[in-house]
Ligand binder design. Structure first.
Ligand code: GLU
Length: 606
């Protein structure tokens, strides 16, 4: 999501930028509007709900619901709008994972719309002379671009469960691209963070640095190329992106990235072909499922590590009564369960089309119990912790070779939607880094992803097989964790998700336990200061925990911490006991999110 890079953007900075906006001459294509739309982190009412990071995008989803669309229609329309207003986080040049609860059948179903590597890719994709190329070089290259999965995800979702045409659902986003949205401090800051990269690609510079300048806060940002691209997708269908003109443009751009001849940056080309795009398919697959304190928690199965990691950690935590624990006791258990889940994730998770992924074993209570046995109340596990073996769950086993968690970017966006029939969608979509590859497809108005950098460039642990090495048509391991929780009658309780690369898993876990165990209202569970442990020596803490007495209590038993100014940016929806929907988003992180319902009623409760 575009707020990721905005960690240091304060209200003061926003005000300063706004003032400077008045002083600067605006490029001719840019007009000013009085102020950005208001954001609300929580709303409750009837008729359906949408929560996203962006007011314009949430409003698009609400409008679709109001016009009789269902949650899937609303999710697709909201996602398309996020492609306009959050172009550095999501768009048709990327991929994602879609989790859907169908009220009629009371079942949860999912779509894996992950980007795939070219057919020619092998484990040496990111090696040169036997050595990994620098991560930043791989990010800004054609090499890191996978076949986009987002347009196919929209098609798959609408074919299976939608009620409106893609053409119709793209129209509000098309209008938003044509008429523009109001630039906020975050958008400007994210553009600034990418300025040097964008400047090296004329198509990106022309779009995101109008007149050679950063977009001005308070101005209107238009993307007529994207409006035309959406119109074409609506008219011709997404086939144009996988087999038609748009496919040709993508392939040409990846194979010969259109770099400014004056740029000194080395931009490697990619080997994506028309055949790769034509061969792209989403996967509809069963969700992951664990039971947790009488509820059923559904997530996304591999190729994402989200469902198995959140599921395993919940199974571990279920053995402790977290509602009675002290704050330090709760955080200790949460941190240790996360550490263990990440140790197992690193060893076992990859694309199941290529790797023997023990999904069932990782989600089994027996395996979780064998791992929970490692946790002590008065001591901290050492990282990197060795993985367990789900095929042979031996209590407290410490065998295996430990490996650190590989680096992943931290940028994407999550939306959650529900409708009046009771259907629910949790959908996380991404182009990987903030600004993806920084390569805009010329005249098309969207950035290409760098999702393939989620692969391990070289084995994380040379002694053991790494399931996340690149391969032909392989999906890089993701951490995306859209989650839907049902009650014992298979009725929705809540749905949520977050951006944040590998921190997604810990954010979803902490928010779930914050609400379900610690009794925080959903919006407060989202707002609570976060910790993230991913089988590393130190656990990251947001300032709210770093500056709290709980840190010293945890350090006293051996925890080591580093600061992370901001972790994740969740959104969720909840079915309230009285039948209303509650939508919830961030209060503060990244400028706050936007929660809306179709017909607001009553005060948002727990
Ligand atoms: N590429 C990351 C993943 O799939 C998502 C990036 C993010 O969430 O910020 O796990």
């Amino acid at each position: 999501m575009r707020r990721s890079a905005a960690r240091n953007v304060s209200v003061v900075a926003a005000a300063v930028a706004l003032l400077s906006a008045c002083a600067q001459a605006l490029p001719s294509s840019v007009a000013t509007t009085p102020r950005p739309p208001e954001k609300t982190p929580v709303a409750a009412g009837y008729g359906g709900a949408v929560a996203s990071v962006d007011t314009d995008a949430s409003a698009v989803g609400i409008e679709v619901l109001r016009q009789g669309g269902n949650a899937v229609d609303a999710a697709v329309a909201t996602a398309a709008a996020l492609g306009v207003t959050e172009p550095y986080s999501a768009g048709i040049g990327g991929g994602g994972y879609f989790v859907y609860y169908d009220a009629k059948s009371r079942t949860v179903q999912t779509i894996d719309g992950r980007e795939t590597a070219p057919r020619s890719a092998d484990s040496s994709l990111f090696l040169e002379g036997g050595k990994p190329i620098p991560f930043a070089d791989a990010v800004t290259s054609g090499r890191g671009v996978g076949t986009p999965g987002t347009p196919a995800t929209w098609d798959t979702a609408l074919d299976a469960w939608g009620s409106k045409s893609l053409k119709r659902l793209l129209e509000p986003a098309e209008r938003l691209a044509r008429n523009g949205f109001t630039v906020d401090a975050t958008f400007r800051s994210q553009t600034e963070a990418n300025q040097a990269r964008f400047a090296d690609f004329p198509a990106s510079a022309e779009l995101f640095l109008p007149g050679g300048q950063l977009p001005v806060v308070g101005s209107v940002f238009k993307n007529p190329d994207l409006a035309r691209t959406y119109a074409e997708l609506g008219r011709k269908g997404t086939d144009t992106l996988y087999r038609g003109d748009l496919a040709d443009d993508i392939v040409r751009t990846v194979r010969k990235p259109p770099v400014d001849p004056a740029a000194t940056r080395v931009v490697r080309s990619g080997d994506l072909t028309a055949r790769d795009l034509a061969a792209y398919r989403t996967k509809r697959q069963a969700p992951t499922k664990v039971s947790y304190r009488g509820l059923d928690v559904y997530g996304i199965a591999p190729s994402s590590s989200g469902g198995t990691s959140v599921g395993e950690a919940l199974n571990i935590l279920e053995r402790t009564d977290l509602s009675r624990a002290t704050q330090a006791g709760y955080l200790h258990r949460f941190i240790e369960a996360s550490r263990i889940a990440f140790a197992d994730r690193g060893r076992w998770l990859g694309d199941p089309a290529f790797e023997d992924v023990p999904t069932k074993g990782l989600l089994s209570q027996r395996f979780a119990d064998s791992r929970a046995c490692l946790i002590k109340d008065d001591a901290v596990l050492k990282s990197p912790l060795a993985p367990g073996d789900p095929s042979d769950p031996t209590p407290c086993a410490t065998g295996g070779t430990a490996a650190p968690t590989t680096y992943e970017g931290e940028n994407t966006t999550h939306l959650t939607a529900a409708d009046k029939w009771g259907n629910v969608v949790a959908y996380t979509l991404t182009i990987e880094s903030t600004g993806g590859s920084a390569i805009t497809v010329p005249d098309r108005g969207f950035l290409l992803n760098n999702e393939l950098t989620d692969f391990s460039f070289a084995p994380a642990n040379p002694a053991v097989h790494d399931p996340n090495l690149p391969g032909p048509g392989k999906r890089p391991r993701s951490s995306i964790s859209p989650t839907i929780v049902l009650d014992g009658h298979a009725r929705p309780v809540l749905a949520l998700g977050s951006p944040g690369g590998a921190t997604i898993i810990t954010t979803v876990l902490q928010t779930l336990t914050g609400h379900l165990d610690r009794g925080l209202p959903l919006v407060e569970a989202i707002a609570a200061p976060r910790a993230s442990q991913r089988n590393g020596a130190a656990t990251e803490l947001e300032p709210g925990l770093w500056n709290s007495p709980v840190r010293a209590q945890l350090e006293a038993i051996g925890h080591v911490f580093t600061q992370n100014p901001e972790i994740g940016a969740a959104t969720g929806v909840q079915r309230l006991p009285d039948g209303r929907w509650l939508a919830a988003a961030e209060k503060v992180r990244r400028g706050g999110g936007s929660a809306m319902v179709v017909r607001p009623a009553g005060k948002p409760g727990k």
